[in-house]
Design a protein around this ligand. Structure first.
Ligand code: AKG
Length: 218
């Protein structure tokens, strides 16, 4: 893993970036300078499209509660994993992606070398202690040309970043409030997941972790 300090023009604060793959990066604290805009925007999206525990095609309830904003939202039910232009609970379009989300995702993608990232989907995952996400690949998008850009908020998490087979050894990367991860290009289909969240209390978000994942889905 390589580590270096960069001076990012958009925030004028130094951030530590860690290279975790040929085209994959962790940007430490990248979102912190915008946190006061991000948290109310997140609250407003969740008010309009409440978090829910969706069912996997195999009939299990996911331990994370999810919602979405943007033109497309990721959903799962007994019929499979897919993107939908409407919230299956309200049958309304998903809330628009807040500008502060889009700008942050694009700025992070640019730092990772993906300067033309146009996200049309933001999946919101809410983890409480004990919730986890098993190793998986993000494969429901129309094309894999765009990177995945992920933002962590609230309680810490242990991110697993693996290879191209589920059985490949994974790196374990601790993610904190405000950290971002970008993976794309040759790394786009790497397996990844989250170990069960440990009990704790975050000063701003309490006993929970949010992950926002920005994608070009359509
Ligand atoms: O919570 C995370 O950091 C990862 C989320 C994730 O893997 C996904 O939404 O596909």
């Amino acid at each position: 893993m390589h580590s270096n300090f960069d001076l990012f023009a958009d925030t004028e604060q130094p951030h530590r970036s860690e290279q975790i793959g040929e085209q994959s990066w962790v940007l430490r604290g990248f979102a912190l300078s915008r946190i006061e805009q991000l948290l109310p925007a997140l609250e407003s999206v969740i008010e309009r499209a409440p978090l829910r525990h969706m069912m996997t095609p195999g009939g299990f309830s996911m331990s994370v509660a999810t919602s979405s904003c943007g033109a497309l939202g990721w959903i799962t039910d007994r019929s499979g994993y897919r993107y939908s232009a409407e919230d299956p609970i309200s049958h309304q379009p998903w809330p628009q992606m807040p500008e502060v989300f889009r700008e942050l995702a694009q700025a992070a993608a640019k730092q990772g070398g993906f300067s033309d990232f146009i996200p049309d989907s933001c999946l919101i995952n809410r983890y409480v202690p004990g919730a986890k996400m098993s190793l998986h690949q993000d494969k429901d998008e129309h094309s894999y040309a765009a990177p995945i850009v992920s933002l962590s908020l609230g309680l810490p998490a242990m991110f697993l970043f693996g290879g191209f087979a589920r059985s490949d050894k994974s790196q374990r990367i601790s993610l904190l409030h405000g950290d971002m991860v970008i993976w794309g290009g040759v790394d786009r289909l790497r397996y990844h997941g989250i170990l069960p969240i440990k009990y704790g209390r975050h000063p701003q978000l309490g006993e929970q972790r949010f992950n926002l994942t920005f994608r070009t889905a359509g």
